[in-house]
Structures are given as C-alpha cells and as structure tokens.
Design a protein around this ligand. Structure first.
Ligand code: AMP
Length: 279
C-alpha cells in the first residue's frame, strides 16, 4: 500500500493508474476506521483495480462547538487495517494540501444541505460537499463509495456530482451494524457503557415504524410519532429529529411508501448519533 500525502503525488498515482487502464475506486473517510468503512473498501475492491482510501478530518465540516479536536484519530491502527483490506493507496493529506492558503471556494447543494442534520449543523454539508468535490478533482475516481448510514450526505454527493457534470459513479453501501442494531460509527467511542446500552433504541424505533409502514400505515406523521414515542421512552436519548422524507430529494412527505426515508438524529451524552431506514 502506498501512503500518499501530497496532491501532486495523488494526481500522479491517478495518472499512472489510468494510463494502465485501471479503474480507480475512492473511499473518502475521516479515519478511526471500523467494519463500516471496510465494507465500502470491499465494495470498491470488487469493482476496481486501484482502491484509494482517503483519511482527512475536514475542519470545514465541523461547527465551532463541535468535536473537531476530540474526533478520534489513530493513523497507525488505521494503516494496519487498510494494509490487510486490499487498499492500494492511502491518501492522508495535510490541511494546506486540501485547502490551499487563501482558498475561497465552497460547494453548496442548496436546500438539501439545510434540512435534517443541516438544521442543527449549519455549514456541515457545505464543508462535506466542498471537500468531496476537491477529492474528486484530485483523484478523478471512476467510482466513489459512500455509506447509507449517512443518508443525507450520500444524496447530497449524488446531487453534487450530477450538477457539476462529474463522471464519478456514486455507489451507496448498506449500513453495517452491531449485533444489537446500533449502526457502527467512529463517534460510538464517545458513549459511556450506559449510553452504549441505550443507543440501539434508534434503530429499534426506525424498525418498528417501518414495520407499521409495511403493514399498511401510510400517514408519515403517524410513523414519525411512533418512532418518536419509542425514543422518548429512553431517558438517555435526547432527540434532535425524526423525519420522513423523500429518499432522493429529502423533501418532507405526508404519505409514506416505497422510496420514503425515515431519518433520526439523537444525542447520547456527548455523542450525536444518526440512523435511517428506507421503505
Ligand atoms: P466517516 O469516516 O464517518 O466520514 O465515514 C466515511 C464513510 O463511511 C462514509 O461514506 C460513511 O457513510 C461510511 N460509513 C460510516 N459508518 C458506516 C456504517 N456503519 N456502515 C456503512 N458505512 C458507513
């Protein structure tokens, strides 16, 4: 596995790969890797000849009161995992490589960036879209893999690639979970043992609402309040939102059905966790 730290070297890797007729797959991450990330890498591996994983904790996507400094970082451990995952290149750029001194450009996916998590994390998705656009320009991947766990991020990146005529094919990968249903997340390490025991309530709430949906309940507001009631019974959960939206545009829906996305965010102590389920 090559460890690449500069934009120039990353571009050179891409050039050589393309010249050799190799398909390039990109998996953007913030490190603190877990089985969720590894599933994305496996997917990229299955479709590509050259797999690039980026690890970059992007300050642009953290609010001033968020956990940028505390975000878990363990590059040694991550490199070990990547070596045995079939990754060809690890891109770990310094901040100034990605956001060059004097940078002024931001990528906004209007509307979609302001709903759901965008309401309590203003500027977050602008930061995400900006850094992903830069990674696409540097690596020029054929495909890029993103997790369904971050459903809003995935939709926003899809929209961005479409709008910017970026040819990168956006691949969505299913959420990898613990046995009790909790979606794997780097932020799960913030949970105390009590909070960890409480956290699976999110997926339980989503699953029971989805089951009602499948059993014929189409009133989105009723499904949302069902999920909300389940979460309200867990004293360690502080709900941010539960919403039923269109699975592509993220616009609210009144009637739930095929293509509806039920999304949730809640605080457990200092960990803000998200999850979702598709109908
Ligand atoms: P992050 O390092 O949290 O920025 O995530 C990097 C990529 O991994 C994103 O595309 C996430 O959606 C994806 N990801 C994170 N957690 C999971 C999970 N539990 N299952 C599948 N993909 C995930």
């Amino acid at each position: 596995m090559e460890r690449i730290t500069t934009v120039a070297a990353m571009r050179a890797f891409g050039r050589v790969s393309r010249a050799a007729g190799r398909r390039i797959g990109l998996v953007p991450t913030m490190g603190a890797l877990h089985r969720g990330h590894l599933s994305l890498i496996e997917r990229a591996r299955s479709e590509c000849d050259a797999v690039v994983v980026s690890i970059y904790v992007n300050p642009l996507q953290f609010g001033p009161k968020e956990d940028f400094r505390a975000y878990p970082r363990d590059l040694e451990r991550d490199q070990g995992l990547l070596r045995s995952s079939g990754t060809d290149a690890l891109f770990v750029p310094e901040h100034e490589e990605i956001h060059v001194p004097g940078h002024r450009t931001r990528v906004e996916v209007q509307g979609m960036q302001d709903v759901l998590c965008g309401r309590s994390r203003p500027g977050h998705f602008r930061g995400v879209a900006t850094v992903v656009a830069k990674l696409f320009a540097i690596v020029r991947p054929d495909i890029a893999c993103f997790g369904e766990k971050d459903a809003q991020q995935l939709r926003i990146i899809r929209r961005m690639a479409l709008d910017l005529h970026d040819e990168t094919q956006i691949i969505s990968c299913p959420t990898v979970r613990e046995e009790d249903g909790l979606a794997l997340s780097s932020r799960n390490t913030y949970l105390t043992p009590e909070e960890r025991r409480a956290a699976p309530v999110l997926y339980r709430a989503l699953r029971s609402a989805a089951a009602s949906g499948r059993a014929g309940e189409t009133d989105a507001a009723r499904l949302v309040s069902l999920a909300r009631d389940t979460i309200a019974r867990e004293p360690l959960a502080r709900l941010d939102y539960v919403e039923a939206v269109d699975g592509e545009t993220l616009e609210p829906v009144a009637t739930a059905g095929a293509g509806t996305l039920l999304a949730v965010a809640a605080w457990f102590g200092r960990a803000r966790l998200i999850d979702n389920i598709s109908f």
